[in-house]
Design a protein around this ligand. Sequence first.
Ligand SMILES: NC(=O)c1ccc[n+]([C@@H]2O[C@H](COP(=O)([O-])OP(=O)(O)OC[C@H]3O[C@@H](n4cnc5c(N)ncnc54)[C@H](O)[C@@H]3O)[C@@H](O)[C@H]2O)c1
Length: 396
Amino acid sequence: MTNQPIRIAVVGLGWMGQAHSRSYRRIPMLWNERSYEPVLAVCADNMEDRREAAVNDFGFEEAVPDWRSIMDRDDIDVVVCTAPNMLHEDICVAAAQTGKHVFCEKPVGGMPDQTVRVEKACRDAGVVTGVGYNYRFAPLVQYLKGLIDAGELGEITNYRGRFFSMYGSDPMGLLSWRFKVDQSGYGVSTDILSHSMDMAHMLVGPMKRVIGLQKTFITDRPLPREGGTHYDRGQPGDPTGPVTNEDYFAAMVEFENGAVGAFETSRSIIGPESQNAFDIYGTRGAANWNLETMNEMGLFMVGDTETNSARPRGYTTVRAGDRYPQHGAFVPGDANSIGFEDLVAIEDYHFLTAVAEGGRHSASFAEAVDFVSVQQALITSTETGTWQDVVSLRID
Ligand SMILES: NC(=O)c1ccc[n+]([C@@H]2O[C@H](COP(=O)([O-])OP(=O)(O)OC[C@H]3O[C@@H](n4cnc5c(N)ncnc54)[C@H](O)[C@@H]3O)[C@@H](O)[C@H]2O)c1
C-alpha cells in the first residue's frame, strides 16, 4: 500500500520551525511503519534569508513572505505555526477555518484568551491539533508515566517542577520578542512555566487551586537587530528599551487528586543552563528527571525493601535505552543518548500519525487551554495576593 502524502506548511523558520522541518524530513528514516509521507510543501517567513534556506537547505518546494497566501490553497493538509507567540492566533484560526490540521508551538498565543479562542475555532472546524509540549516525549518520562498510571509509585503526594534557563541572564541579551508583552504575551510564565506545568498535568493530573509570585530582574535591554534571537548580545552603550513581561514566576498548587506541588521558573538566573526538571513523590516510590541530563532518571521504589531489610534501598539511576518508548527509533541498546530534536521528531511523528489516521494527538489545544486556565488563575493571584481556584477558560 502506498503511504498517503501529508503536505505541510511551516510558518516561521526560526529555531523551532527549523527543528520541526528537520524532523519531518527524518520521519521516513526513523519510523518505517508509518502510514504517511511528510512533504515539505511551503514555508512562510518574512525574512528573505530564511526563505532561501527553506528551499535550498531544507528542501521545501517553495517559500513565501506572507503566510496568508497559504491559507486559501487546497493542496496543504497541515499548518505548523512556529512564529512568535502573538502571531499564533491569526495563523492557527485562519488555518483551521480553511480546513487544515494545525500544530502550534507552545503556548498557542501569548495571552490565555488567545489560546482559548484558537482551541474553540479548531474544535468547531473539526481539525486535529497539537501543541509543542515536546518534553512529554522524552522516553524515560513516558516510561515514568506508565509506572505512575500502573500505581507503581503509589499515590502521588507531592511534585516539584522547575524550569531554570540562562537565556535572559545577561543584561546585554537583546530585547527580542520574548521580552515584550505585545509580541510574546506574558514572560516566563508563558514561555517555560507552560512546559513545567504541562509535564505536571500529564504526570499528576489537573490542578484545583494555585498561588503565584512573579518578578522582573532585568528591566531594560539593548534593542534587537533584525533576525536576532534571544541568545544574541548587544554592547554597553547600545540604545535600550524596556522589558515588559516577567523574568521569574513561582507557584504553589493543590492538585484535584489531593497532591500538592511547587514550581519555580526563571529566564534570568545564573547557574542552571536549561534545567527543565521535576521531582515526584508517591507513597511507594519517587522519581526525578532533568532535561540537562535527559538520558537518565532517578527512581526510588519501596518494593520489597519494606519487608526485606537486606535489599538495597535508595535512588537508582535509570539510563535511557531502546527498552523505553521510541528511544530505539534513534539508537539501539542501553545508555546510547538521544537529544532535544529527537523529542521534537517523536512529537511530530505522533502528531502526523493522528492526522493520517484521524485520531487525537496529545498534547492538543485542549491541553493548551488546561495550562492557560492555570496561568490565568496564577496571574490573578499575583494581583490579589490570594489563592485562586482554577476555572477552565474553555468556551463551550
Ligand atoms: N517547544 C519548545 O521547546 C520551544 C523552544 C523554543 C521556542 N518555542 C516556541 O516556538 C515559537 C517560535 O520560537 P523560536 O524560538 O523558534 O523563535 P525565532 O525567533 O527563532 O523564530 C521565529 C521565526 O518566525 C519568523 N517570523 C516572524 N514574523 C513572521 C511573520 N509575520 N510571518 C512569517 N514568519 C515570521 C521569523 O523571521 C523567524 O524565522 C514560539 O511560540 C516559542 O514559544 C518552543
